[in-house]
Design a protein. Structure first.
Length: 371
């Protein structure tokens, strides 16, 4: 069994690796192109964001008719219905206006007007990099993740003050789930077909509940911090159980934490929550019996089956990162090696008995079995 120090080192290593991988992605030329693309889009007010999503909940990137042509080499498709946003009408004041109004501002808002914008899905032309280019949602389905998801959800509902419920994905406006601080509720898209992604989403929203709830220490962090922290915890938790969600998680984090200082500061605060999630998961997987592979009576396995098991375990030991899992795999590997050695020794003994004229140096035989 690994020592407590080994386990703590493993947890710290997971967080450090997450930061390194995210920084590596943000250094890529492709991601820099993405940031340049973002810079071309206007930053809309909260009111306009509400207006955009009220008219088109699936909207991701919006711009005006001429801007699509000049900045992105794209044209609005014929017949598309515009999304209306509010723009201020600004008047430049003369010195007399400033004196009459008793203000020093050179420009003032005298009214508002509606302007038409269009989502990227309503246009055609050259490709536009988006967050989806860095967030690949199709994770490989992994055995037992459904059992762990259900166990984790039941634990949160029964053993904590959190409430976890499920709703159809269609009602979440493109999200996989969310955490509501005012009600201390986690909502998950129940019909998500990718079981690994569903479990990762539960980890993500649980991290929000621990880091950004009403009484949490980091509840006032900016949105970029919050999303970086929650997804990094989810990534670390999934890595701990042997499921690599890098294709999803690293891209998700990078699209929020575009500044390296944000990445470093945000991740420096997640160690405690990451450790808590790992310990919870390890406890649940033990209860479910997911950390133990089916026991085999080695004496009943054929020589071919033994050799195949030995080779497979060797690969698993090399790939294992969890110290506890690696220790268990090594023990199994030693058991199989011992069984193979016993059989080999027995076969050689039988052979020498049947062929007394052939002498085998004992020292060499012992040496070969102890390699």
């Amino acid at each position: 069994m690994p020592s407590k120090a080994d386990v703590n080192a493993w947890k710290a290593q997971l967080v450090a690796q997450a930061e390194q991988q995210i920084l590596k992605l943000t250094d890529s030329d492709r991601f820099k192109q993405y940031l340049n693309t973002l810079a071309k889009f206007h930053h809309y007010s909260a009111r306009n964001i509400d207006l955009i999503y009220a008219q088109n909940p699936q909207a991701t990137q919006v711009a005006g008719f001429k801007q699509w042509q000049s900045a992105f080499n794209r044209t609005v498709n014929r017949g598309e219905k515009a999304i209306r946003i509010v723009a201020p009408i600004i008047k430049k004041l003369t010195p007399d206006d400033q004196k009459r109004l008793d203000i020093t501002d050179e420009r003032v808002i005298i009214g508002y007007r509606y302007l038409p914008v269009f989502d990227v899905s309503q246009t055609s032309g050259e490709p536009v990099l988006s967050a989806k280019d860095f967030v690949k949602e199709n994770l490989a389905d992994h055995q037992n993740v459904t059992s762990l998801y259900n166990a984790f959800k039941d634990y949160l509902n029964q053993q904590t003050d959190l409430k976890v419920s499920e709703v159809p994905l269609a009602t979440l406006n493109g999200a996989k789930g969310y955490f509501q601080p005012s009600t201390n509720e986690i909502v998950i898209g129940g019909d998500e077909p990718d079981n690994a992604l569903k479990l990762k989403t539960l980890y993500h929203e649980y991290a929000h509940s621990q880091l950004h709830g009403l009484k949490s220490a980091f509840k006032d962090r900016p949105r970029a911090y919050q999303e970086t922290q929650a997804e990094a915890v989810a990534y670390v938790a999934m890595q701990n159980i042997g499921v690599d969600t890098g294709n999803y998680s690293l891209g998700y984090v990078a699209t929020w934490a575009k500044d390296k200082a944000v990445i470093h500061s945000a991740l420096s605060e997640i160690q405690q929550v990451s450790n808590k999630v790992i310990e919870l998961s390890d406890g649940l997987t033990k209860q479910l019996g997911l950390q133990k592979e089916p026991e085999h009576d080695l004496k009943k396995l054929s020589a071919q089956e033994l050799n195949k098991s030995y080779q497979g375990l060797q690969q698993q030991v090399q790939q294992a990162r969890n110290p506890q899992q690696k220790s268990e795999l090594k023990n199994k590997l030693n058991d199989i090696h011992h069984e193979i050695s016993k059989r080999t020794q027995k076969q050689l003994q039988t052979f020498t008995e049947e062929n007394p004229s052939i002498k085998q140096p004992k020292s060499e035989l012992d040496q070969s079995l102890k390699r």
